[in-house]
Design a protein around this ligand. Structure first.
Ligand SMILES: C[S@@+](CC[C@H](N)C(=O)[O-])C[C@H]1O[C@@H](n2cnc3c(N)ncnc32)[C@H](O)[C@@H]1O
Length: 356
């Protein structure tokens, strides 16, 4: 058998460290803030933690490296598959046999992706690969391996898509600055990403779990949750913060669009938006109140930033309704915004609001 998985060297002693989590460009992702989050939270006593809005999984992974029992939740399916692969999964990787199964060209497969997304995203060759691998994933033996294959696939798609969002389509030549990520096939990315994610898997000897539900439906009475980390979307002052708008292709891919309603009139064949009360001025305050109440028996750690609504002061007042001590930690942080040509750096303050 020809060996395909490249041997990737890890920096010394990085196994089981958050630095080893594959970087994923995710809107509102906190990967760059992990050292600060760790420094702040290490002063609190907790053994079990719920990451209620896990997104890219980066903060859940940090908790895993801090030897906590981690419950990771997001209402997006692709996001919960990422945490199944990297948080819940303690010891399964994709080996050469699994990769042969995934790359097998002998099986019949559907061509839904190729038909639906031709001339919208990626080359025909890439789309055909995505159809084939969607079929082949079913032949992997465990749910963890399937989740890991999907996770490698998601990162491959994000790398190949200019700006890592599925809002732009068609002729994307203007974005092609010759970067390797944009020129190699998704199948080549995939083989590399299998190796990258294999190296990120480690066992922290805890029963970590991944959930895929609306946080308000999470049954907190079934678990001992010492600390809950909340990083919801926030009401933006400009633009919008819709995750489906940016990542609908990955969300569709995670179920081969089965059960998803495609908005056929949209140029990029988006799926229906998922409602969350945190995104609207009218409902955000009530949503925060409800979630603080729901988790009032746990330490609450809320990530927040200065360009958001409701204002920091109002949030701390709200949290004080349920917690006797509320502390605010602050970190100045710069992030890029705007499109590529007009990208600027904007200063915001990132906060961790902690109620005990
Ligand atoms: C700011 S992002 C989280 C980023 C994450 N901490 C990271 O570092 O990647 C917010 C996440 O909340 C999820 N979300 C929004 N409303 C939700 C809800 N009601 N229940 C569960 N997840 C929700 C979104 O899908 C998105 O992934």
């Amino acid at each position: 058998m020809q060996l395909l998985i490249p041997d990737i060297e890890l920096p010394p002693k990085s196994q089981g460290k958050f630095e080893n989590y594959p970087r994923m460009r995710y809107m509102g992702g906190k990967q760059k803030l992990l050292p600060w989050i760790q420094d702040t939270l290490k002063n609190y006593e907790f053994e079990t933690v719920l990451d209620g809005f896990s997104g890219s999984g980066a903060v859940s992974y940090l908790f895993k490296t801090m030897n906590k029992t981690v419950y990771s939740n997001d209402f997006l399916k692709f996001s919960s598959l990422i945490s199944k692969a990297t948080i819940e999964n303690n010891n399964e990787i994709l080996d050469e046999n699994d990769l042969q199964t995934l790359l097998d060209t002998s099986k019949k497969h559907d061509n839904f992706i190729k038909l639906k997304f031709k001339n919208i995203f990626f080359s025909e060759k890439d789309l055909d690969f995505l159809d084939r691998i969607s079929e082949n994933i079913k032949y992997l033996k465990t749910e963890n391996k399937k989740a890991l294959a999907y996770t490698a696939l998601f990162r491959s798609c994000l790398k190949k898509q200019p700006r890592g969002v599925f809002t732009i389509s068609g002729n994307l030549d203007k974005y092609n600055d010759g970067r390797r990520d944009l020129t190699i096939d998704i199948s080549e990315h995939f083989i590399e990403q299998v190796a990258v994610y294999n190296k990120s898997i480690f066992d922290n000897k805890k029963l970590n779990l991944s959930f895929n539900q609306d946080i308000f439906l999470f049954n907190e009475s079934q678990f001992k949750i010492d600390l809950v980390y909340l990083d919801p979307p926030y009401v933006p002052n400009s633009d919008d913060n819709c995750y489906i708008k940016r990542y609908h292709f990955l969300e569709g891919l995670s179920s081969y669009w089965v059960g998803e309603k495609i908005l056929e009139s949209t140029k990029v064949k988006k799926i229906e938006k998922k409602y969350t009360p945190f995104s609207y001025r009218k409902t955000a305050v009530e949503a925060f109140d409800k979630i603080f109440k729901k988790f009032s028996n746990s330490i609450i750690a809320l990530s927040y930033s200065s360009n958001a609504y409701p204002e920091l002061e109002n949030l701390t007042i709200l949290l004080s309704k349920y917690k006797h001590e509320v502390k605010v930690f602050e970190k100045p942080y710069k992030y890029h915004f705007g499109n590529h040509s007009g990208a600027k750096r904007k200063s915001v303050n990132e906060y961790l609001i902690i109620g005990i």
